[in-house]
Ligand binder design. Structure first.
Ligand code: KIV
Length: 299
């Protein structure tokens, strides 16, 4: 199958209805099945040119909705800091927070591959620190892979995790854990030198053993070039259509986020308005006495 001709997500297909074959062949799309999507399935999808979608998730209920919809990979992102926990940035997010919400996402899903972020300060000290925290997320929360930010600087950590059997998703371009060093959230990889560095970083994380790499806020042409030069899948966010996969923060995608969202976000729903409307209607009915009605009442 060529890029651009994705099959639609199908209805749940039952225990034997997996369309991602046992050997990593077949479409990634297919709803609830008896086994999880694996990193081998993602490698096979790249080989046959099948694009895939990743969403963030921070709780069991929402993760279950995305799993039933057929989203093959869910990220328990440290964007939970901004989107779920009320922090201004991802920087304050702790291992305890990631571990607790990751466990909920794993419990709420049957099919998706669950990737958890290693939060700021949980892997930069040493590869051994990275391994200790990744192992905690796999043992305690049951996640299937971890993600960490950085290219050449993170390669020793990636190597140690991969050697220990931890699948690693790398993250290049705009790395939000460095927000204070970057002075905000500027587009990355502009200009020849920055583009060459990003390409070098991408090849380095691939050589270190990463099974895929997120490219955040980089020019589309550069992301396309990286995608062609790597054999592992690239996952774009603000990186154009040339990546192997796309990721969005679910609260942005579903219109839950208050205020402005980044240019690269498409809002597929307006849940914030809908939830607000439901809460207002409920409040008004309680005030007027029209809720609870007779049908909601025991005698
Ligand atoms: O934390 C997150 O949600 C992420 C994605 C934006 C890739 O890292």
């Amino acid at each position: 199958m060529q890029n651009g001709s994705l099959p639609p997500a199908q209805a749940p297909s039952g225990p034997s209805g997996s369309s991602a074959g046992k050997d990593g062949t077949g479409s990634l799309y297919g709803g609830v099945t008896s086994r999880r999507v694996t990193v081998r399935d993602l490698a096979a999808a790249k080989a046959r040119g099948e694009r895939w979608a990743m969403l963030t998730a921070y709780d069991a209920m929402t993760a279950g909705v995305f799993d039933e919809a057929g989203i093959p990979v869910l990220l328990v992102g440290d964007s939970m800091g901004n989107c779920h926990l009320g922090y201004d940035t991802t920087v304050p997010v702790t291992m305890d927070e990631i571990a607790m919400l990751s466990a909920a996402v794993v419990r709420g899903t049957q099919r998706a591959l669950i990737v958890a972020d290693l939060p700021f300060g949980s892997y930069q000290e040493s590869p051994a620190q990275a391994l200790r925290n990744a192992v905690r997320l796999m043992k305690e929360a049951g996640v299937h892979a971890v993600k960490l930010e950085g290219g050449e600087r993170s390669a020793p950590a990636i190597e140690m995790l991969v050697q220990a059997g931890v699948p690693v998703m790398a993250h290049l371009g705009l790395t939000p854990q460095s927000v204070h060093a970057l002075g905000g959230y500027p587009v990355q990889g502009r200009g020849d030198e920055a583009a060459h560095q990003l390409l070098r970083d991408a090849k380095t994380v691939q050589s270190a053993g990463a099974f895929s790499v997120v490219l955040e806020a980089v020019p589309a042409e550069l992301a396309t070039q990286v995608t062609h030069e790597l054999h592992i899948p690239t996952v774009g966010i603000g990186a154009g259509v040339g990546c192997d996969a796309q990721v969005l923060v679910w609260t942005d995608m579903a219109g839950m986020t208050a205020g402005r969202v980044p240019k690269f976000v498409k809002q597929y729903a307006n849940l914030r308005a809908e939830l607000g409307r439901a809460a207002t209607e409920y409040m008004d009915e309680v005030r007027s006495g029209s809720f609870p009605a007779e049908k909601h009442t025991f005698h």
